[in-house]
Design a protein around this ligand. Structure first.
Ligand SMILES: [Zn+2]
Length: 64
């Protein structure tokens, strides 16, 4: 279940997220909501909600 904030998207307050991994060459960042555990892919474009499987594929070295 997504928390109320994640249900409406990736937005402030950003301190609810912790950075789990990064792909500096893209660049992109794997962010995890501390409230509900949702995984978000933060890029230069629109942030994307990721499944755990998708996140593991994008961030192969992340411990998720
Ligand atoms: Zn959340």
């Amino acid at each position: 279940m997504l928390c109320t904030d994640c249900q409406s998207g990736y937005h402030a307050p950003y301190d609810r997220f912790e950075r789990m991994a990064a792909n500096p060459e893209v660049p992109s960042f794997l962010m995890r909501c501390k409230h509900c555990g949702a995984l978000w892919n933060e890029t230069s474009g629109v942030p994307e909600l990721l499944t755990r499987t998708h996140a593991r594929g994008l961030y192969t070295r992340a411990r998720i």
